[in-house]
Design a protein around this ligand. Sequence first.
Ligand SMILES: Cc1ncc(COP(=O)(O)O)c(C=O)c1O
Length: 394
Amino acid sequence: MSTFTDSLNADLAVMEKAGTLKKFRHIQTPMDTQVTMEETGKALVLSSNNYLGLANHPEVIEAGVAALKKYGAGTASVRFICGTFTIHEQIEAALAKLHHTEAALTYVSCWTANTGLIPTIATEHDALISDALNHASLIDGCRMAKAKRYVYKHSDMNDLESKLKETAAARRRFIVTDGVFSMEGDIVNLPGVVTLARQYNATIILDDSHGVGVMGKHGRGCAEHYNLEHEVDITTGTLGKALGGAAGGYVAGPQPLIDYLQQTSRPQLFSNALPATIAGSAMKAIEILEREPQRIARLHHLTKMTREGLKARGFKPLDGESAIVPLIVGETAFAIKMSQEMMQEGIFITGFGYPVVPEGHARLRIQISATLTDEQVQFALEKFEMVGKKLGVI
Ligand SMILES: Cc1ncc(COP(=O)(O)O)c(C=O)c1O
Protein backbone atom coordinates (compact mmCIF):
# COMPACT_ATOMS: atom_id res chain seq x y z
CA MET A 1 0.00 0.00 0.00
CA SER A 2 2.77 2.44 0.89
CA THR A 3 4.35 2.21 -2.59
CA PHE A 4 0.93 2.90 -4.11
CA THR A 5 0.27 5.95 -1.92
CA ASP A 6 3.89 7.10 -2.36
CA SER A 7 3.42 7.04 -6.11
CA LEU A 8 0.16 9.00 -5.82
CA ASN A 9 1.89 11.56 -3.60
CA ALA A 10 4.67 11.87 -6.17
CA ASP A 11 2.09 12.58 -8.90
CA LEU A 12 0.38 15.16 -6.70
CA ALA A 13 3.72 16.81 -5.95
CA VAL A 14 4.36 17.21 -9.69
CA MET A 15 1.01 19.02 -10.02
CA GLU A 16 1.77 21.17 -6.98
CA LYS A 17 5.17 22.14 -8.38
CA ALA A 18 3.67 23.00 -11.76
CA GLY A 19 1.05 25.19 -10.06
CA THR A 20 -1.77 23.12 -11.58
CA LEU A 21 -3.06 21.48 -8.41
CA LYS A 22 -6.71 22.32 -7.94
CA LYS A 23 -7.70 23.38 -4.42
CA PHE A 24 -11.23 23.07 -3.14
CA ARG A 25 -12.74 26.18 -1.64
CA HIS A 26 -15.20 25.84 1.19
CA ILE A 27 -18.50 27.66 1.12
CA GLN A 28 -20.26 28.13 4.44
CA THR A 29 -23.55 29.59 3.20
CA PRO A 30 -26.07 28.54 0.50
CA MET A 31 -25.09 28.90 -3.15
CA ASP A 32 -26.13 32.38 -4.25
CA THR A 33 -24.66 35.46 -5.93
CA GLN A 34 -22.94 36.26 -2.63
CA VAL A 35 -21.49 33.55 -0.37
CA THR A 36 -19.20 33.29 2.64
CA MET A 37 -16.03 31.31 2.07
CA GLU A 38 -14.14 29.61 4.85
CA GLU A 39 -10.82 30.89 3.45
CA THR A 40 -11.57 34.48 2.48
CA GLY A 41 -14.93 35.57 3.87
CA LYS A 42 -17.59 37.20 1.66
CA ALA A 43 -17.32 36.62 -2.08
CA LEU A 44 -19.30 37.35 -5.21
CA VAL A 45 -19.86 34.14 -7.17
CA LEU A 46 -19.07 34.25 -10.89
CA SER A 47 -18.30 30.58 -11.12
CA SER A 48 -21.51 28.64 -10.63
CA ASN A 49 -24.17 27.15 -12.89
CA ASN A 50 -26.86 28.90 -10.86
CA TYR A 51 -27.95 30.71 -14.01
CA LEU A 52 -31.44 31.66 -12.87
CA GLY A 53 -30.61 32.15 -9.21
CA LEU A 54 -32.88 29.27 -8.17
CA ALA A 55 -30.41 27.23 -6.09
CA ASN A 56 -31.41 29.15 -2.95
CA HIS A 57 -34.88 30.28 -4.01
CA PRO A 58 -37.34 29.95 -1.09
CA GLU A 59 -40.03 28.20 -3.17
CA VAL A 60 -37.49 25.73 -4.60
CA ILE A 61 -36.25 24.92 -1.09
CA GLU A 62 -39.79 24.60 0.23
CA ALA A 63 -40.77 22.23 -2.59
CA GLY A 64 -37.71 20.07 -1.85
CA VAL A 65 -38.56 19.94 1.85
CA ALA A 66 -42.19 19.08 1.06
CA ALA A 67 -41.09 16.19 -1.18
CA LEU A 68 -38.61 15.03 1.46
CA LYS A 69 -41.39 14.94 4.04
CA LYS A 70 -43.89 13.28 1.72
CA TYR A 71 -41.63 10.60 0.23
CA GLY A 72 -38.88 10.27 2.84
CA ALA A 73 -35.12 10.52 2.51
CA GLY A 74 -34.43 7.88 -0.11
CA THR A 75 -35.98 5.51 -2.59
CA ALA A 76 -33.80 2.68 -1.24
CA SER A 77 -34.03 0.93 -4.56
CA VAL A 78 -33.53 1.06 -8.29
CA ARG A 79 -36.52 2.12 -10.38
CA PHE A 80 -37.80 -1.24 -11.58
CA ILE A 81 -37.53 -2.99 -8.21
CA CYS A 82 -39.41 -0.59 -5.96
CA GLY A 83 -37.88 2.84 -6.57
CA THR A 84 -40.41 4.60 -8.79
CA PHE A 85 -42.48 7.18 -6.94
CA THR A 86 -45.36 9.34 -8.11
CA ILE A 87 -43.04 12.34 -8.07
CA HIS A 88 -40.81 10.64 -10.67
CA GLU A 89 -43.76 10.41 -13.04
CA GLN A 90 -44.56 14.06 -12.35
CA ILE A 91 -41.05 15.42 -12.97
CA GLU A 92 -40.68 13.31 -16.10
CA ALA A 93 -43.98 14.66 -17.46
CA ALA A 94 -42.78 18.20 -16.69
CA LEU A 95 -39.46 17.60 -18.48
CA ALA A 96 -41.17 16.09 -21.53
CA LYS A 97 -43.46 19.13 -21.68
CA LEU A 98 -40.47 21.49 -21.36
CA HIS A 99 -38.74 19.87 -24.33
CA HIS A 100 -41.89 19.15 -26.36
CA THR A 101 -41.08 15.44 -26.41
CA GLU A 102 -43.31 12.42 -25.86
CA ALA A 103 -41.54 11.30 -22.71
CA ALA A 104 -38.56 11.72 -20.40
CA LEU A 105 -36.60 9.59 -17.95
CA THR A 106 -34.61 10.82 -14.95
CA TYR A 107 -31.17 9.73 -13.79
CA VAL A 108 -29.19 10.81 -10.71
CA SER A 109 -27.09 13.14 -12.89
CA CYS A 110 -26.66 14.13 -16.52
CA TRP A 111 -23.34 12.30 -16.43
CA THR A 112 -25.29 9.15 -15.66
CA ALA A 113 -27.93 10.02 -18.27
CA ASN A 114 -25.31 10.39 -21.03
CA THR A 115 -23.39 7.28 -20.06
CA GLY A 116 -26.66 5.40 -19.53
CA LEU A 117 -28.08 6.46 -22.90
CA ILE A 118 -25.31 6.29 -25.48
CA PRO A 119 -23.90 2.75 -24.98
CA THR A 120 -27.46 1.42 -24.71
CA ILE A 121 -28.64 2.62 -28.11
CA ALA A 122 -25.36 2.64 -30.08
CA THR A 123 -24.11 -0.92 -30.40
CA GLU A 124 -21.69 -2.76 -32.68
CA HIS A 125 -23.52 -2.13 -35.96
CA ASP A 126 -23.88 1.59 -35.28
CA ALA A 127 -21.80 4.78 -35.55
CA LEU A 128 -21.37 7.70 -33.17
CA ILE A 129 -20.26 11.00 -34.67
CA SER A 130 -19.28 13.39 -31.93
CA ASP A 131 -18.19 17.07 -31.79
CA ALA A 132 -14.53 17.42 -30.75
CA LEU A 133 -15.38 19.78 -27.88
CA ASN A 134 -18.18 17.74 -26.35
CA HIS A 135 -18.47 17.45 -22.58
CA ALA A 136 -16.55 14.63 -20.89
CA SER A 137 -19.75 12.72 -20.09
CA LEU A 138 -20.66 12.53 -23.79
CA ILE A 139 -17.10 11.49 -24.60
CA ASP A 140 -17.18 8.77 -21.95
CA GLY A 141 -20.66 7.68 -23.09
CA CYS A 142 -19.26 7.25 -26.61
CA ARG A 143 -16.16 5.45 -25.32
CA MET A 144 -18.33 2.98 -23.42
CA ALA A 145 -20.39 2.18 -26.52
CA LYS A 146 -19.59 -0.72 -28.85
CA ALA A 147 -20.45 1.46 -31.86
CA LYS A 148 -17.69 2.81 -34.13
CA ARG A 149 -16.66 6.28 -33.00
CA TYR A 150 -15.90 9.32 -35.13
CA VAL A 151 -15.02 12.83 -33.97
CA TYR A 152 -15.73 15.85 -36.17
CA LYS A 153 -13.89 19.16 -35.82
CA HIS A 154 -15.71 21.51 -33.48
CA SER A 155 -18.86 22.84 -35.18
CA ASP A 156 -17.41 22.04 -38.61
CA MET A 157 -20.37 21.01 -40.77
CA ASN A 158 -18.15 19.95 -43.68
CA ASP A 159 -16.27 17.56 -41.45
CA LEU A 160 -19.54 16.29 -39.97
CA GLU A 161 -20.85 15.65 -43.47
CA SER A 162 -17.72 13.75 -44.46
CA LYS A 163 -18.11 11.52 -41.37
CA LEU A 164 -21.75 10.94 -42.28
CA LYS A 165 -20.67 9.86 -45.78
CA GLU A 166 -18.03 7.57 -44.30
CA THR A 167 -20.58 5.81 -42.10
CA ALA A 168 -23.22 5.15 -44.76
CA ALA A 169 -23.20 1.41 -44.02
CA ALA A 170 -23.97 1.75 -40.30
CA ARG A 171 -27.32 0.49 -39.02
CA ARG A 172 -27.93 3.58 -36.86
CA ARG A 173 -25.98 6.81 -36.91
CA PHE A 174 -25.96 9.34 -34.09
CA ILE A 175 -24.72 12.92 -34.17
CA VAL A 176 -23.71 13.73 -30.60
CA THR A 177 -23.31 17.35 -29.53
CA ASP A 178 -23.47 19.78 -26.66
CA GLY A 179 -26.00 22.60 -26.97
CA VAL A 180 -23.82 25.16 -25.22
CA PHE A 181 -20.15 24.15 -25.20
CA SER A 182 -19.22 24.48 -21.59
CA MET A 183 -15.62 25.67 -21.90
CA GLU A 184 -16.09 27.94 -24.95
CA GLY A 185 -19.57 29.29 -24.21
CA ASP A 186 -20.49 29.04 -27.91
CA ILE A 187 -23.58 27.20 -29.11
CA VAL A 188 -24.18 24.35 -31.51
CA ASN A 189 -24.90 25.11 -35.16
CA LEU A 190 -28.22 23.35 -34.81
CA PRO A 191 -29.66 24.34 -38.21
CA GLY A 192 -26.56 22.79 -39.82
CA VAL A 193 -26.75 19.66 -37.68
CA VAL A 194 -30.48 19.20 -38.33
CA THR A 195 -30.08 19.62 -42.10
CA LEU A 196 -27.33 17.00 -42.23
CA ALA A 197 -29.12 14.64 -39.86
CA ARG A 198 -32.23 14.65 -42.04
CA GLN A 199 -30.22 14.35 -45.27
CA TYR A 200 -28.23 11.36 -43.99
CA ASN A 201 -30.92 9.80 -41.81
CA ALA A 202 -29.00 10.27 -38.56
CA THR A 203 -30.38 10.69 -35.05
CA ILE A 204 -29.42 13.79 -33.05
CA ILE A 205 -28.38 13.52 -29.39
CA LEU A 206 -28.21 17.03 -27.92
CA ASP A 207 -26.89 17.59 -24.38
CA ASP A 208 -28.35 20.94 -23.41
CA SER A 209 -27.14 21.05 -19.81
CA HIS A 210 -25.90 24.65 -20.09
CA GLY A 211 -28.66 25.68 -22.51
CA VAL A 212 -31.79 24.88 -20.51
CA GLY A 213 -32.89 27.93 -18.54
CA VAL A 214 -30.51 30.07 -20.57
CA MET A 215 -31.18 29.79 -24.29
CA GLY A 216 -34.49 30.59 -25.99
CA LYS A 217 -37.07 33.13 -24.89
CA HIS A 218 -38.65 30.65 -22.48
CA GLY A 219 -35.39 28.96 -21.48
CA ARG A 220 -36.22 25.71 -23.24
CA GLY A 221 -32.70 25.58 -24.59
CA CYS A 222 -30.85 25.71 -27.89
CA ALA A 223 -33.68 24.04 -29.81
CA GLU A 224 -36.02 26.86 -28.78
CA HIS A 225 -33.32 29.44 -29.55
CA TYR A 226 -33.27 28.21 -33.17
CA ASN A 227 -36.99 27.45 -33.35
CA LEU A 228 -36.13 23.80 -34.06
CA GLU A 229 -37.85 22.18 -31.11
CA HIS A 230 -39.40 19.31 -33.03
CA GLU A 231 -36.20 18.53 -34.92
CA VAL A 232 -34.01 17.34 -32.04
CA ASP A 233 -34.49 13.59 -31.62
CA ILE A 234 -33.00 13.10 -28.16
CA THR A 235 -32.21 15.76 -25.56
CA THR A 236 -30.24 15.15 -22.39
CA GLY A 237 -29.92 17.65 -19.59
CA THR A 238 -29.18 18.29 -15.96
CA LEU A 239 -31.26 19.43 -13.02
CA GLY A 240 -27.96 20.50 -11.45
CA LYS A 241 -27.52 23.86 -13.17
CA ALA A 242 -30.33 26.34 -13.98
CA LEU A 243 -33.09 24.03 -12.67
CA GLY A 244 -32.34 24.24 -8.97
CA GLY A 245 -28.74 23.14 -9.10
CA ALA A 246 -28.88 20.17 -6.75
CA ALA A 247 -28.23 17.12 -8.93
CA GLY A 248 -30.18 14.91 -11.31
CA GLY A 249 -30.26 14.48 -15.05
CA TYR A 250 -32.58 13.21 -17.75
CA VAL A 251 -33.14 11.98 -21.26
CA ALA A 252 -36.12 13.42 -23.17
CA GLY A 253 -37.28 11.92 -26.45
CA PRO A 254 -39.78 9.61 -28.14
CA GLN A 255 -41.78 7.17 -25.98
CA PRO A 256 -40.19 4.02 -27.49
CA LEU A 257 -36.73 5.35 -26.55
CA ILE A 258 -37.80 5.93 -22.94
CA ASP A 259 -39.49 2.50 -22.82
CA TYR A 260 -36.30 0.92 -24.15
CA LEU A 261 -34.05 2.75 -21.67
CA GLN A 262 -36.25 1.64 -18.79
CA GLN A 263 -35.63 -1.95 -19.87
CA THR A 264 -31.96 -1.80 -20.78
CA SER A 265 -30.06 1.29 -19.60
CA ARG A 266 -27.65 0.00 -16.98
CA PRO A 267 -27.88 2.87 -14.47
CA GLN A 268 -31.69 2.44 -14.59
CA LEU A 269 -31.34 -1.25 -13.81
CA PHE A 270 -28.52 -1.15 -11.29
CA SER A 271 -28.50 2.25 -9.56
CA ASN A 272 -30.84 4.08 -7.21
CA ALA A 273 -33.56 6.44 -8.44
CA LEU A 274 -33.42 10.23 -8.27
CA PRO A 275 -34.11 11.37 -4.68
CA ALA A 276 -37.65 12.74 -4.31
CA THR A 277 -36.44 15.98 -2.74
CA ILE A 278 -34.45 16.82 -5.88
CA ALA A 279 -37.44 16.00 -8.08
CA GLY A 280 -39.59 18.30 -5.93
CA SER A 281 -37.14 21.21 -6.12
CA ALA A 282 -36.59 20.79 -9.86
CA MET A 283 -40.33 20.70 -10.56
CA LYS A 284 -40.69 24.01 -8.75
CA ALA A 285 -37.72 25.40 -10.70
CA ILE A 286 -39.44 24.48 -13.98
CA GLU A 287 -42.64 26.14 -12.76
CA ILE A 288 -40.69 29.34 -11.95
CA LEU A 289 -38.93 29.20 -15.32
CA GLU A 290 -42.33 29.10 -17.05
CA ARG A 291 -43.82 31.75 -14.77
CA GLU A 292 -40.93 34.23 -14.84
CA PRO A 293 -39.34 34.45 -18.31
CA GLN A 294 -37.99 37.85 -17.22
CA ARG A 295 -35.22 35.93 -15.40
CA ILE A 296 -33.88 34.81 -18.78
CA ALA A 297 -34.06 38.33 -20.22
CA ARG A 298 -32.18 39.60 -17.16
CA LEU A 299 -29.54 36.89 -17.57
CA HIS A 300 -28.98 37.95 -21.19
CA HIS A 301 -28.78 41.63 -20.20
CA LEU A 302 -26.15 40.94 -17.53
CA THR A 303 -24.13 38.66 -19.80
CA LYS A 304 -24.02 41.36 -22.49
CA MET A 305 -23.02 43.95 -19.88
CA THR A 306 -20.19 41.71 -18.66
CA ARG A 307 -18.88 40.96 -22.14
CA GLU A 308 -18.98 44.60 -23.22
CA GLY A 309 -17.47 45.78 -19.92
CA LEU A 310 -14.57 43.36 -20.28
CA LYS A 311 -13.94 44.41 -23.88
CA ALA A 312 -14.03 48.11 -22.90
CA ARG A 313 -11.28 47.35 -20.36
CA GLY A 314 -9.05 45.67 -22.91
CA PHE A 315 -9.89 42.00 -22.30
CA LYS A 316 -10.75 39.69 -25.18
CA PRO A 317 -13.52 37.39 -23.93
CA LEU A 318 -14.65 34.66 -26.34
CA ASP A 319 -17.79 35.65 -28.21
CA GLY A 320 -20.99 33.71 -27.72
CA GLU A 321 -24.66 33.89 -26.86
CA SER A 322 -24.77 31.78 -23.71
CA ALA A 323 -24.24 32.89 -20.09
CA ILE A 324 -20.65 31.57 -20.17
CA VAL A 325 -17.98 34.21 -20.85
CA PRO A 326 -14.50 32.65 -21.06
CA LEU A 327 -11.35 34.73 -20.70
CA ILE A 328 -8.38 32.85 -22.15
CA VAL A 329 -5.23 33.69 -20.19
CA GLY A 330 -2.65 31.09 -21.29
CA GLU A 331 -1.01 28.55 -19.00
CA THR A 332 -2.87 26.57 -16.34
CA ALA A 333 -0.73 27.88 -13.49
CA PHE A 334 -1.40 31.45 -14.60
CA ALA A 335 -5.18 30.89 -14.71
CA ILE A 336 -5.06 29.47 -11.20
CA LYS A 337 -2.95 32.42 -10.01
CA MET A 338 -5.36 34.92 -11.54
CA SER A 339 -8.34 33.21 -9.92
CA GLN A 340 -6.52 33.38 -6.56
CA GLU A 341 -5.90 37.11 -7.03
CA MET A 342 -9.58 37.60 -7.86
CA MET A 343 -10.50 35.65 -4.74
CA GLN A 344 -8.43 38.06 -2.66
CA GLU A 345 -10.55 40.85 -4.17
CA GLY A 346 -13.79 39.10 -3.19
CA ILE A 347 -14.65 37.47 -6.54
CA PHE A 348 -15.02 33.71 -6.65
CA ILE A 349 -14.06 32.56 -10.13
CA THR A 350 -12.33 29.33 -11.02
CA GLY A 351 -9.34 29.01 -13.32
CA PHE A 352 -9.62 26.09 -15.75
CA GLY A 353 -6.55 24.51 -17.25
CA TYR A 354 -5.16 21.22 -18.44
CA PRO A 355 -6.64 18.54 -18.67
CA VAL A 356 -10.06 20.26 -18.85
CA VAL A 357 -8.80 22.44 -21.73
CA PRO A 358 -5.57 22.10 -23.76
CA GLU A 359 -2.39 23.57 -22.15
CA GLY A 360 -1.87 27.15 -23.33
CA HIS A 361 -5.64 27.74 -23.48
CA ALA A 362 -6.26 27.97 -19.75
CA ARG A 363 -9.03 30.32 -18.82
CA LEU A 364 -11.19 31.99 -16.28
CA ARG A 365 -14.75 30.98 -17.02
CA ILE A 366 -17.19 33.67 -16.00
CA GLN A 367 -20.74 32.46 -15.51
CA ILE A 368 -23.53 34.93 -15.02
CA SER A 369 -26.54 34.52 -12.77
CA ALA A 370 -29.82 36.37 -13.34
CA THR A 371 -29.93 37.46 -9.70
CA LEU A 372 -26.68 39.46 -9.81
CA THR A 373 -27.31 43.20 -9.55
CA ASP A 374 -25.91 45.69 -12.07
CA GLU A 375 -23.75 47.07 -9.23
CA GLN A 376 -22.31 43.62 -8.49
CA VAL A 377 -21.37 43.18 -12.15
CA GLN A 378 -19.72 46.63 -12.18
CA PHE A 379 -17.83 45.75 -9.00
CA ALA A 380 -16.59 42.53 -10.62
CA LEU A 381 -15.53 44.38 -13.78
CA GLU A 382 -13.48 46.84 -11.70
CA LYS A 383 -11.76 43.96 -9.94
CA PHE A 384 -11.02 42.26 -13.26
CA GLU A 385 -9.43 45.48 -14.47
CA MET A 386 -7.34 45.81 -11.32
CA VAL A 387 -6.10 42.21 -11.32
CA GLY A 388 -5.73 42.15 -15.11
CA LYS A 389 -3.42 45.18 -14.95
CA LYS A 390 -1.48 43.82 -12.00
CA LEU A 391 -0.79 40.53 -13.81
CA GLY A 392 -0.17 42.15 -17.20
CA VAL A 393 -3.20 40.58 -18.93
CA ILE A 394 -4.39 43.99 -20.11
C1 LIG B 1 -22.65 19.59 -21.13
C2 LIG B 1 -22.70 18.88 -19.81
N1 LIG B 1 -23.22 17.65 -19.75
C3 LIG B 1 -23.29 16.98 -18.60
C4 LIG B 1 -22.81 17.52 -17.43
C5 LIG B 1 -22.89 16.73 -16.17
O1 LIG B 1 -24.03 17.12 -15.46
P1 LIG B 1 -24.30 16.52 -14.01
O2 LIG B 1 -23.61 17.41 -13.06
O3 LIG B 1 -25.78 16.52 -13.88
O4 LIG B 1 -23.74 15.14 -14.03
C6 LIG B 1 -22.26 18.79 -17.44
C7 LIG B 1 -21.74 19.36 -16.18
O5 LIG B 1 -20.76 20.04 -16.09
C8 LIG B 1 -22.19 19.49 -18.66
O6 LIG B 1 -21.63 20.70 -18.72
